[in-house]
Design a protein around this ligand. Structure first.
Ligand code: GLN
Length: 514
């Protein structure tokens, strides 16, 4: 019984709660039990917060029983990626740098979840500072794909996708800078939505690349994703990039099929490099739109082939500037000062004894050494790589050649989408070129890992809403994702289009973990 409660969709959980057929305490207990039973193997959670979750659940049950108002998520457990500030609770970004960081305030998304009466059960694993596509860059643990424990769940929101896929919670929150909600959703066989840039507040989200970052929901169904999206979307005066337009609720319309839907297909998305299993599954999905009466229209995105290169200039540039604060003084773990001073003194002494003035001059000042050593010790290799790439691309003489040029290409990519969306309502294609790769397969080849983002980064560069939803299994039983993109602020259209496809097929079963 415990397991089956945890495995229900959020919409079903909510229905049982509202009908008085279960309680939030029972549901939360079921989720915590399921996590305890499966997370040894999956590793989705960095930590759970059972006492707080059960207290929250009991409070919601009390209010519901007393006939008081409860929020839209009324007692449903939700997992949150460890990158959003939660007052007084560890928020580590899976980095040693922030291993002890307890923020003094809530991110707006966390605050809205609390107001909506979501039960916050724990924090999910991720690539350090959300940089990566496999969750292997976490400083703390590996997360495994519930469909095949030898494989990566994708990343950077790998924990958020794996926990939903494993039936530990029905809902989770991820973030997406270049695909980090959609790619793990695709590889884990769940639904993940990256909203329009500015649609969900970034206040209290630890920044990676501020012009690209978005927070969004993951779930096993489109309706669940709509439910969670509705709870977190909307204007926030604390975020200057927040969209002003009201966020209309999407859940009430999500089951209404779109009449006369025009689905754009980009021929380049099906070029060499796409694996046969993904091609077939995505083509079948597009075919099912055709059968549902949609018109399939070829559209061109001529600058899309530059998207990965553009992203891997802009994102590291912004990262190098955002991560400057983690120097062990302003923020983050500081190196042991006594050991550092002792080493500096020894270096000075040996330079003096050797009477080597050049060597003496090259020794850091204490402050520079403090920064250097704190950053070297507490930031992982991928994060250091991004900082160096970004600092290089922003430095005098290279700024125009790299950063400025990337901004111009970004504009062209956005213009391609503007033109395409004059002809179509949504654009459909693959999320990733292949199903889940093996743990360890790409981690030593950064370029290969970056290329996994081929189909996802354009939506971030253009600021568009985009969704990944399951469209089949490969011959070896691995999930495949369908990618849909829509014009800015058209989340409702996007979710309805996604639901049309979802409704045309049987849902994926939960992967077997026993
Ligand atoms: N894989 C991409 C990167 O490493 C995307 C990460 C993200 O969306 N947070 O930058």
């Amino acid at each position: 019984m415990a397991d089956s409660l945890a495995e229900l969709t959020a919409v079903e959980q909510l229905r049982l709660l509202n009908a008085g057929q279960t309680t939030s305490v029972a549901l939360t207990t079921a989720c915590l039990d399921r996590i305890a039973a499966t997370d040894q193997r999956v590793g989705a959670f960095l930590r759970t917060t059972p006492e707080r979750a059960l207290a929250q659940a009991a409070d919601i049950d009390r209010r519901r029983a007393a006939g008081d108002a409860v929020g839209a998520l009324g007692g449903v457990p939700v997992a949150v990626k460890d990158v959003l500030c939660d007052e007084g609770q560890l928020t580590t970004c899976a980095s040693k740098m922030l291993a002890d960081f307890r923020p003094p305030y809530d991110a707006t998304v966390v605050e809205r979840l609390k107001q909506a009466d979501a039960v916050l059960v724990g924090r999910t694993n991720m690539d350090e500072f959300a940089m990566g596509g496999s969750t292997e860059n976490s400083a703390f643990q590996k997360t495994r794909n519930p469909w095949d424990l030898e494989r990566s769940p994708g990343g950077s929101s790998g924990g958020a996708a794996a926990c939903v896929a494993a039936g530990q919670t029905a809902l989770s929150i991820g973030t997406d800078t270049g695909g980090s909600i959609r790619q793990p959703a695709a590889l884990c066989g769940v639904v993940g939505l990256k909203p329009t840039y500015g649609r969900v507040s970034r206040y209290g989200l630890v920044a990676f690349a501020s012009s690209l970052d978005q927070v969004g929901p993951l779930g096993r169904t489109v309706s669940d994703v709509a439910l969670l999206y509705d709870a977190i979307a909307g204007h926030d005066p604390h975020d200057t990039t927040s969209a002003k337009a009201a966020a209309e609720p999407t859940l009430p319309q999500v089951n209404e099929p779109l009449k006369g839907l025009r689905v754009g297909v980009v021929p380049e998305h099906f070029a060499a490099g796409l694996s046969e299993s993904v091609r077939q599954a995505v083509e079948r999905a597009i075919d099912s739109y055709r059968q549902a009466g949609a018109q399939i229209v070829e559209v061109a995105l001529p600058h899309a082939r530059h998207a990965v290169a553009t992203y891997y200039v802009i994102a590291p540039c912004e990262a190098s500037s955002n991560l400057a604060r983690y120097d062990g003084v302003h923020y983050g773990r500081r190196t042991d000062p006594a050991a550092m001073h002792a080493r500096l003194a020894a270096e000075r002494k040996s330079a003096a004894e050797a009477n080597d003035a050049t060597a003496a001059r090259q020794i850091d000042t204490a402050l520079v050494r403090l920064y250097r050593q704190s950053r070297s010790e507490a930031l992982g290799p991928e994060v250091q790589r991004r900082i160096m790439l970004g600092a290089y691309a922003l430095s005098a003489g290279y700024y125009d050649a790299y950063y400025l040029k990337a901004l111009k290409v970004r504009r062209l990519i956005r213009q391609d989408f503007d033109a395409a969306f004059e002809q179509v309502d949504v654009i459909a294609g693959p999320v990733t070129a292949s199903p889940a790769f093996k743990l360890g397969e790409l981690i030593d080849d950064p370029l290969a890992m970056y290329l996994v983002d081929l189909y996802t980064v354009s939506a971030n560069l253009a600021g568009l809403p985009a969704i990944s939803l399951p469209c089949g299994l490969s011959p070896d039983g691995l999930p495949i994702g369908l990618h849909l993109m829509a014009p800015p602020l058209k989340e409702s259209r996007l979710l309805r289009a996604a639901r049309m496809f979802e409704a045309s097929r049987d849902p994926l079963p939960l992967p077997r973990l026993d």
